[in-house]
Design a protein around this ligand. Structure first.
Ligand code: HEC
Length: 110
């Protein structure tokens, strides 16, 4: 009877060790995103948007849920990001990156 417990474990192990089909992920940010960002962010690029997103996701969702980027307009974001960056102990450069990211992506329609 005790051996039965190993069956599901065995099944899970087999499932986890089976290679999954690999599909190339679609690029996360489009040329249109980069073009929107370039208007006020000279260094805007797919790579910079990706690192800014990682920073936003990593630092801004620890106290509350991540705010959807479309939930505020530019004035709202410009007002809230500095005090929030302070709460999250971000450097000035990180704060600027996050502000540029939210302003670039708030109008994105996915
Ligand atoms: C240390 C905790 C903490 C961290 C980290 C934090 N926040 Fe907040 N955030 C709060 C609290 C508390 C409030 C609500 C009260 C206030 O405005 O101070 C809030 C409110 C907000 C609001 C307003 C929500 C509303 O409905 O009006 C936004 C937007 C926001 N945070 C964005 C961010 C962003 C962007 C970051 C990352 C730079 C961040 N937060 C990091 C604690 C945090």
């Amino acid at each position: 009877m005790k051996k039965l417990i190993f069956l599901p474990l065995f099944a899970i192990a087999i499932y986890c060790c089976t290679p999954k089909a690999k599909v190339a992920p679609a690029p996360e940010f489009s040329d249109a995103d980069v073009a929107r960002g370039k208007v006020f962010w000279n260094d805007c690029s797919v790579a910079n948007l990706s690192s800014a997103k990682a920073l936003y996701n990593g630092k801004c969702g620890t106290c509350h849920a991540l705010k959807p980027l479309y939930s505020m307009d530019e004035t709202g974001w410009r007002k809230i990001v500095p005090p929030m960056a302070k709460k999250a102990n971000l450097s000035a450069a990180e704060q600027a990156l996050i502000l540029n990211y939210v302003l670039t992506m708030k109008d994105a329609r996915k």
